[in-house]
Ligand binder design. Structure first.
Ligand code: GAP
Length: 530
């Protein structure tokens, strides 16, 4: 299935089955913000629980914190976010849309008007694309798709100097260097400046890139002036660094040990895109693992292996996971190593988590800006040092999206398409659904309620008595529920005592239905969940 078609289907399912909705949809939505519906909220909670359980609770060398979102503004000076957390950004002089300069060409090449323009080239025609072809396009499709493109705004002027440029290129417009030709079409008069980068949306002129700080600003207190300026945190990590001394004094931990946190982070991303992949509000799961200087390489290797393995435990297939090791020249000046856990999304292989060996940069910066010593005293070796850190930092929303994309399956069942979300049971939003075969037969409903009450304390259980059983199965398949329990007339003993108090347990993946004693349901499902 083509990637955009698949993504459209996934987005539609997310809305249909209550995984993800556009934030403030009744007001037309707000770009870069998303809400999680009933199924999505459970899915996210399961991801966070799995991470917290595996990274914090089941280890003896990691403790957790839950820090405030708004912190002292000096934190962001120390961390480098005020000075350096900037993306180069350009905006369209016509439609005012904003783009990240380092990503804009990717968007230009993929946009509708460029694809339409490039479609004019026919390699079989020795003349290449002629001025006549371009003018016809400008006056037709161009007017609809890219009304502010120089070639559309003023075709005669643009084409007159373009003819000279084409002559210099051997007289042939053949689009072999698409970027260069698009620049030509976007530039009304080359004589007045360099080639223009066009807006992917309307074709208009983009400004030169300017730095843009990604932190959301707000004010703390009644006065709205410089003195009350604060920021919504762009990462959870800094809360951990600023609490390092407090946690060290209360937790009885010795280096090496880690402090973990899950929480919201905010970045005023210029181009939120790919559904929730790049959002303006998202959640992070971050661990700062403090270590002795000199042990960075070995701990980095350990955490990269741990983290890659973890993604398989929550059901992401190994074949879609990979690891990108940064080259020396790609590393921040203070980092000795960095690796990204990558996942094959329908829109490409993209980062899920970064694992960086950051030296003692963060604690040293906070020591410098706060004047508080961040030194650790090793009472075995009697050494004092500022601990180094290895930081595995993952995004909850990206993991949720990866799980959703990887779970989505379409199957042909006797000529009908079955959409099924094959979540690992550990991560599935609902573990089991309980149905009375018929909703208008009180003895069935009563028995089914009993079964529901039996299961509910153990598993996230859903009651479903709408439509017929087939429709309920399809609904639960789309929600990714691994097991459905149906209470039928056999459960009531109508076919004989041997079936009394048995139900059907239907498996989402095999669609097989087994007859199971009600008393065995809890141990059976618990066993399957392990
Ligand atoms: N403290 C290190 C840090 O924040 P990062 O690579 O900027 O590093 C870590 O972010 C993770 O947070 C990313 O791998 C990604 O999963 C998630 N993340 C970052 N920006 C995001 C965004 N705009 N939308 C969704 N998730 C994002």
């Amino acid at each position: 299935m083509a990637a955009p078609v698949l993504m459209d289907k996934i987005v539609a399912l997310c809305k249909r089955r209550g995984f993800i909705f556009q934030s403030s949809e009744i007001y037309g939505g707000i770009n870069g913000f998303w809400d999680y519906g009933p199924a999505g909220a459970e899915l996210k909670r399961n991801i966070k629980d799995a991470w917290w359980n595996d990274v914090v609770r089941s280890r003896t060398d990691v403790v957790g914190v839950d820090c405030s979102i708004i912190m002292h503004p000096k934190v962001w000076e120390a961390s480098g976010h005020i000075g350096g957390f900037k993306d180069p950004m350009c905006s369209c002089k016509f439609c005012k849309k904003l783009y990240r300069a380092d990503q804009v060409w990717e968007q230009i090449i993929g946009c509708g008007w460029v694809q339409s323009l490039l479609g004019l080239y026919d390699p079989a025609k020795p003349t290449g694309v002629t001025g006549h072809d371009l003018k016809r396009w400008a006056q037709g499709k161009g007017k609809q798709l890219a009304p502010n493109l120089a070639l559309v705004r003023n075709p005669d002027v643009t084409l007159s100097w373009l003819a000279e440029a084409a002559a210099a290129e051997g007289g042939l417009i053949n689009f072999t260097d698409a970027k260069k030709w698009i620049g030509y079409f976007a530039t009304e008069q080359r004589a007045t400046g360099p080639l223009v980068t066009p807006c992917p949306t309307c074709g208009g002129d983009l400004t030169e890139p300017r730095p843009f700080n990604l932190m959301f600003k707000t004010h703390s207190g009644a006065l709205e002036d410089e003195s009350s300026l604060t920021y919504l945190r762009p990462e959870t990590a800094q809360g951990i660094f600023t609490e390092f001394l407090n946690v060290l004094s209360v937790s009885r931990q010795k280096i090496p040990f880690g402090i973990a946190q899950i929480g919201k982070a905010f970045r005023n991303e210029i181009n939120p895109r790919n559904f929730t992949f790049r959002s303006r509000e998202f959640e992070q799961m971050e661990l700062e693992f403090f270590i002795k200087p000199g042990t960075d390489a070995e701990w980095h290797k350990t955490w990269v292996a741990e983290r890659l393995k973890w993604y398989e435990t929550i059901g992401l297939p190994a074949a879609k996971l990979s690891c990108y090791e940064y080259k020396k020249e790609e590393l921040a000046h203070y980092a000795s190593a960095c690796a990204d856990v990558m996942f094959e999304f329908p829109f490409g292989v993209q980062e899920l988590e970064g694992i960086a060996a950051r030296g003692n940069f963060d604690l040293s910066q906070h020591q410098k800006f706060s004047g508080k010593s961040m030194e650790y005293f090793d009472d075995e070796t009697k050494e004092r040092f500022i601990p180094h850190v290895v930081e595995p930092s993952a995004g909850v929303d990206r993991v949720a999206l990866a799980l959703i994309c990887s779970a989505y399956h379409e199957e042909d069942i006797a000529g009908e398409v079955r959409v099924v979300m094959r979540f690992a049971p550990r991560i599935a939003p609902i573990k089991v659904a309980v149905f009375p075969l018929l909703r208008n037969k009180p003895p069935l409903v009563e028995k089914a309620r009993e079964v529901f009450k039996l299961l509910q304390p153990h598993f996230k259980t859903e009651w479903d008595d709408r439509g017929n059983v087939g429709k309920r199965y399809r609904y639960q398949d789309e929600q990714g529920t691994p097991w459905c329990v149906t209470v039928d007339f056999d459960t009531l003993g109508e076919k004989g005592p041997e079936l009394l108090d048995t139900v059907t347990l239907r498996d989402r993946d095999t669609m097989k239905q087994d007859r199971v004693k009600i008393a065995e349901l809890v141990p059976l499902i618990t066993g399957k969940l392990r």
